[in-house]
Design a protein around this ligand. Structure first.
Ligand code: SF4
Length: 246
């Protein structure tokens, strides 16, 4: 799943104070200067506009997508489920960080997403033993907020690097994933040049062409695959390849 901004999932059973924790966290992050996006998982059907409003009438008439544009606020109502990936993409457009309420199945084992787990008592913690990257447990809405903010600030540095990687987890750098590699670079334990996928440069008439991660990885993979079949080339790992085309 593509993730472009640091994210924290607040997970837990019903009535364990998840929304209280999200509220506290968002207020704190906003006071620290972050733009915060939140996502909440909810029941199958719900309403956020009122009977008789223009948008309500648009929906009643059968529109599948209704957008409201105001000078200070906009809203989009879609009459179908939007994928989690798409929601993360929208959230990344507006927020420096993303706070999720719910979505535990999608986030529990994702090491990139910090977890705050809301529980009623100590015994309930045991039910989340598979959770990866647990920042803290929250009992009755209590929260180690400074620890969470500190983690998020570090993640901002990690994600500034992670977004430049192809996010394909090819492991050629010796790390298990692009995220792990980015953490090492952010912590000054590794050099960004060690990722061969980020070392793809294309020049046309001497002018550098900006490449996003997908074209860069395609160019690299196709070039490596073709050249390595040529007689006398041998292994290309760690070597510089220049191709001139006229
Ligand atoms: S070599 Fe680059 S693309 Fe491959 S896992 Fe490492 S950082 Fe990601």
């Amino acid at each position: 799943m593509p993730l472009l901004k640091p994210a924290i999932a607040v997970i837990g059973k019903k009535k364990t104070g998840k929304t209280t924790v999200v509220e506290k966290l968002v207020k704190k992050l906003v006071s620290e200067g972050f733009n915060v996006s939140t996502l909440k998982h909810t029941i199958e059907t719900f309403d956020i506009d009122y009977v008789g409003t223009d948008s309500y009438r648009h929906r009643q008439a059968g529109a599948v997508f209704v957008a409201l544009q105001g000078r200070l606020r906009s809203a989009i109502i879609v009459e179908k489920e939007i994928s989690f990936e798409k929601l993360l993409e929208y959230a990344s457009l507006f927020g420096d960080v993303i706070v999720l309420e719910g979505f535990s199945k999608l986030t529990l084992r994702d090491p990139r997403i910090g977890k705050i787990i809301c529980v009623k008592d100590e015994a309930e913690k045991e039910e989340y033993r598979e959770a990866v990257n647990v920042l803290c447990y929250s009992v009755n809405g209590a929260l180690d907020i400074e620890k969470v903010v500190l983690w998020l600030k570090e993640q901002v540095k990690v994600f500034n690097i992670y977004r430049k990687t192809p996010m394909i987890d090819c492991k050629l750098c010796g790390y298990g994933s692009c995220y792990e590699f980015s953490k090492a670079v952010a912590g000054n334990l590794e050099y960004i040049e060690k990722c061969p996928m980020m070392n793809v440069r294309v020049y046309v008439d001497g002018k550098g062409i900006p490449l996003t991660r997908y074209p860069a990885s395609i160019i690299r993979n196709v070039t490596m695959a073709m050249l390595s079949t040529l007689k006398g080339v041998g292994s290309l790992e760690g070597k510089m390849v220049k191709i001139y085309v006229e």
